[in-house]
Design a binder for this molecule. Structure first.
Ligand SMILES: Cc1cc2nc3c(=O)[nH]c(=O)nc-3n(C[C@H](O)[C@H](O)[C@H](O)COP(=O)(O)OP(=O)(O)OC[C@H]3O[C@@H](n4cnc5c(N)ncnc54)[C@H](O)[C@@H]3O)c2cc1C
Length: 437
């Protein structure tokens, strides 16, 4: 069943065919996009219709998988509560109409309100405290629902939420067709991919094959992706007597170590002169062996003093725009479409896939290997590694944050497309294309 929730306008909508917008992925990026779309929905005017479908394979609309409210209670955000937000603010260039301040809380403010309502300790946070990730997920879900309701206040808008995985986007008549894993097909005029972090079969790449082969030979179980932790790192796999190896010592390793210790009932105590001392519960694995190339745990990010200038991002000392330009000139391979190809998947044979990952235009449309561009598809997030490298994080307030600026690049083009379509002209399209979603 892929349509559990439908938000439809209470009033009767005009009988013109709707513009069909599909969002693939219903996590934080989808929440921020809905925020801006709903804030500007009056541009739809009278007599026009918009149909929005959101596909989220986990059913966690708003939170997505990484911030799911159902995840391990021992996983924390790597950002303090006052540095996380959900809506555009007055630092965001070209944001358009803003919500009243009370309707765009930071995560910390949202937690304070929730604490007053519930008295639950996980919401009782100071501005500089790190919230648990499930708390962020609860807030994202709440804000998603608020923005969804706000969007459908317009009589011409309908919103469908599908708990389903999109497995393909195909050409279809004049537009596109979104295909789900359970075989449903939904025609679309436009698709936005907000699929975030994804994972793949590790045996397709040499490094993953080596680890998986080693585990097979040693009789160990290889877990390429540890989420959700209560399933992937459950007591049946990592119970007492087992040893858990942790390949990598970044944020996911911290999630895993806390899950296997505090999550099993152990506790950390202050021992004067000895720092923190761990008191096991007896349900932990016999040992956790964490290893990485650097041998270091990731650095903490307690208080962010990056400048909040209109540029928003931290100006690099060594990795400057000029250094990147020189790197591109010497190491990048020019693409016939004009964008630099910076990132490639490796095939199982070790050679580079053609056309590689997703190369994107500056406004986030995929560039095919023959240089063709299809402006009906936009990619906001990780697959844009061809254009930007690993720029994925929660929205930050008062920083003209790139997550919102990227969303606005899409939104601006979206409303122009709607206006053009309304004047009887077809939206500009590149060649038709098919690719696995
Ligand atoms: C484990 C983990 C912890 C993180 N912790 C932090 C943190 O503490 N602070 C921070 O700022 N950032 C953190 N991040 C970075 C994180 O990527 C961003 O915070 C944020 O989640 C990005 O939002 P997104 O919507 O782009 O992607 P995601 O949150 O990954 O959401 C994408 C959604 O798309 C869905 N999806 C993917 N493919 C399909 C498909 N084909 N069909 C249907 N649905 C699909 C997925 O199920 C997922 O829910 C973390 C990431 C991970 C993976």
């Amino acid at each position: 069943m892929t349509t559990p929730r439908v938000h439809a306008p209470a009033r009767t909508a005009p009988a013109v065919p709707p513009y069909r917008l599909v969002l693939v992925g219903g996590g934080p990026r989808a929440t921020y996009l809905l925020e801006r779309l709903s804030a500007t929905v009056d541009r739809l005017g009278e007599g026009r219709r918009l149909q929005v479908r959101v596909f989220e394979r986990t059913g966690e609309f708003g939170a997505g998988q990484a911030h799911s409210p159902t995840q391990s209670r021992t996983s924390y955000l790597n950002r303090i509560g006052c540095q996380v937000s959900f809506a555009a603010d007055d630092t965001v260039t070209g944001a358009g109409p803003l919500r009243p301040e009370a309707q765009r809380p930071t995560l910390h403010e949202w937690c304070r309100r929730r604490f007053e309502e519930t008295g639950e300790a996980d919401f009782d946070l100071a501005p500089e405290d790190w919230p648990k990730r499930y708390v962020h997920g609860l807030a994202l879900r709440d804000m998603f629902d608020t923005f969804a309701a706000d969007l459908t206040r317009h009589p011409g808008v309908e919103l469908h939420l599908h708990r389903a995985e999109v497995v393909d986007v195909e050409p279809h008549e004049d537009g596109l067709c979104v295909v789900t894993g359970d075989g449903e097909r939904h025609p679309a005029d436009e698709v936005v991919l907000l699929t975030g972090h994804s994972y793949h079969d590790p045996r397709r790449a040499p490094a993953g094959r080596r680890l998986a082969g080693l585990a097979d030979r040693g009789g160990a179980r290889y877990v390429p992706h540890p989420y959700p932790m209560d399933v992937e790192l459950g007591p049946d796999r990592t119970g007492p007597g087992t040893v858990a190896g942790c390949a990598g010592t970044g944020l996911t390793a911290i999630d895993a170590v806390l899950h296997l210790t505090e999550g099993r009932g152990g506790t950390f105590h202050d021992a004067p002169g000895h720092g923190l001392v761990y008191r096991p519960s007896g349900d932990e694995p016999a040992g956790i062996v964490a290893f990485s190339g650097s041998g270091l745990f990731t650095f903490a990010r307690p208080d962010n003093h990056k400048p909040s200038s209109s540029a928003g991002d931290h100006p690099g000392t060594f990795l400057t725009d000029e250094a990147i330009r020189r790197l591109r000139a010497h190491a990048g391979r020019p693409n016939p479409g004009g964008a630099d190809r910076l990132w490639r998947n490796e095939s199982s044979g070790g050679a580079a896939f053609e056309p590689g990952g997703l190369d994107l235009t500056a406004d986030f449309h995929p560039i095919r290997s023959d240089g063709g561009i299809d402006r009906r598809v936009t990619v906001l997030g990780v697959p844009s590694e061809g254009a930007r490298s690993f720029l994925l994080s929660a929205l930050r307030p008062n920083a003209n944050h790139y997550v919102m600026r990227d969303t606005l690049i899409w939104l601006d083009r979206f409303w122009h497309t709607m206006d053009r379509a309304d004047r009887g002209r077809r939206p500009r399209q590149g060649q038709r294309t098919t690719w696995p979603a």
